[in-house]
Design a protein around this ligand. Structure first.
Ligand SMILES: [Mn+2]
Length: 351
C-alpha cells in the first residue's frame, strides 16, 4: 500500500470532527470488525464517529457490535431523537458529518440501502477495501481517496496497516475487532489469501493482549442450536456432480422455518462439503423471502484441486461478485430454475 496515499487519507480523516462510517450490506466479521475498529480509533483521538450497519449481523458478532457501539442506518449524527426521515436527501446527513469512511466494499449495490444517499452526498469519502470487484463510488463527493489493496487478506488487515503507519492508538475493543476481521475473512487463517502480513498483524494483536482461544470461541462456538439443525437440512440435500467435483446444497424457506433458523445461520455452511477430497467447487443456494435465491460459491486452490475455478467470475454472470475462491450472488427466480442455471455455469467453468 502506497505510503503517500495512506498519509493523505490519514490527514483527511484527522481533519474530520464527525465521521460517518459505513460498510456493506449483510455485514460479515471483516465488515463489522473494520467499522468497529475505525470508530474506536477515531474516538480514541477525541473526535466523534458513528458506524452504521444495514442488515442484521450474525449473532456471533454481538460482542463486536456491543463493544464498539455500532448503530443502525440511517445515522442519527448524535441526535438519537430525530433521525432523518429521507436518507436519500443528502442535506440532512451532510449537515451532521464532515466525511465518510467506507470499509470492505467498493460497489454501489453492496451499499444498499445507503447507496442513494452516497450517490448524492457532497461529503468527502475514504474507501478501505481489498475486493477485486470495484466501482467508482465518488458520486457527488468533493473528494475520494481509496486505500485499496487486493493482496490484503482482509479490510481489517489493511486498516491495521494504515493505523500502524499513522501511529494511531488502539484499545482492546479495536484490537479484538481487527483480529475478528483478520480471522474470519481467512477462515481462521487457512485460506490461500493468508500471507506473512496477515499473520504478522494477528501476532502483534495477540502480543498486545488479544486472546485467540477466546476469540475462536466467540466467533465459532457461539452458535444457536438452529444452526446445527439447518446444517442437517443442508447436508440432506447434498448432491455431488461431475464425479464429485461440484458439491451442491440448497436451503428452502420451509427448511429455515423447520430449523427455526435465520438467513445468518446459513453463513459458512457452503464450506462444509469442502471436507470431501474430490470437491473443487461448493455451491449453496438459499431461498430468501421475495423470490430471491442467495447463492454462495467456494472453490479450492489449484494446488489442491488441480483446477483453478474463478467463482467470482461465475458469480458475476449472475450479477454478483467477490473473490476468486469465495463469491456470492442474489438471483431472482425459483429455486429449481436458479439451481439449473448455476449448475450449468459451474459445469462450464469446470469443463
Ligand atoms: Mn473483507
Amino acid at each position: 500500500m502506497d505510503d503517500a496515499l495512506m498519509q493523505k487519507a490519514g490527514r483527511m480523516l484527522g481533519a474530520w470532527n464527525r465521521t460517518l462510517i459505513l460498510t456493506h450490506d449483510r455485514p460479515d466479521g471483516d465488515a463489522l470488525g473494520a467499522i468497529g475498529a475505525m470508530k474506536r480509533i477515531i474516538e480514541l483521538q477525541g473526535r466523534q464517529a458513528e458506524a452504521c450497519l444495514h442488515g442484521d449481523p450474525p449473532p456471533r458478532y454481538t460482542f463486536l457490535t456491543d463493544a464498539c457501539g455500532l448503530t443502525r442506518w440511517p445515522p442519527s449524527g448524535g441526535q438519537t431523537s430525530c433521525p432523518p426521515s429521507d436518507p436519500a436527501d443528502p442535506s440532512v446527513i451532510d449537515a451532521q458529518f464532515d466525511g465518510i469512511v467506507i470499509l470492505d466494499t467498493c460497489t454501489w449495490n453492496q451499499l444498499e440501502p445507503a447507496a442513494a444517499f452516497l450517490k448524492a452526498t457532497r461529503l468527502p469519502k475514504i474507501v478501505v477495501d481489498h475486493h477485486p470487484t470495484r466501482e467508482d463510488i465518488t458520486g457527488q463527493s468533493t473528494e475520494l481517496v481509496a486505500l485499496i489493496d487486493e493482496t490484503s487478506s482482509s479490510a481489517c488487515g489493511l486498516l491495521y496497516e494504515w493505523a500502524r503507519r499513522m501511529g494511531w492508538e488502539l484499545d482492546r475493543p479495536a484490537r479484538e475487532a481487527l483480529f475478528a476481521g483478520l480471522a474470519t475473512d481467512t477462515g481462521w487463517f487457512r485460506f490461500p489469501s493468508v500471507d506473512g502480513r496477515t499473520l504478522q498483524a494477528a501476532g502483534e494483536l495477540i502480543d498486545a493482549g488479544v486472546r485467540p482461544d477466546v476469540m475462536y470461541a466467540r466467533l465459532y462456538e457461539g452458535h444457536r442450536p438452529a444452526r446445527l439443525r439447518l446444517l442437517r437440512e443442508a447436508l440432506d440435500t447434498l448432491r455431488l456432480i461431475d464425479g464429485g467435483a461440484l458439491a451442491l446444497m440448497w436451503l428452502t424457506q420451509p427448511m429455515f422455518l423447520l430449523s427455526d433458523a435465520q438467513a445468518s445461520d446459513a453463513e459458512d455452511l457452503v464450506n462444509e462439503p469442502l471436507v470431501i477430497g474430490s470437491v473443487m467447487v461448493s455451491v449453496l443456494l438459499s431461498e430468501m423471502e421475495g423470490g430471491v435465491i442467495r447463492v454462495n460459491f467456494r472453490s479450492r486452490s489449484p494446488e489442491i484441486a488441480g483446477r483453478d475455478v474463478d467463482v467470482a467470475a461465475i458469480a458475476k454472470q449472475f450479477g454478483g461478485g467477490g473473490h476468486r475462491r469465495a463469491a456470492g450472488a442474489r438471483i431472482q427466480g425459483s429455486l429449481d430454475e436458479v439451481r439449473e442455471q448455476v449448475i450449468a455455469a459451474v459445469r462450464a467453468a469446470l469443463a
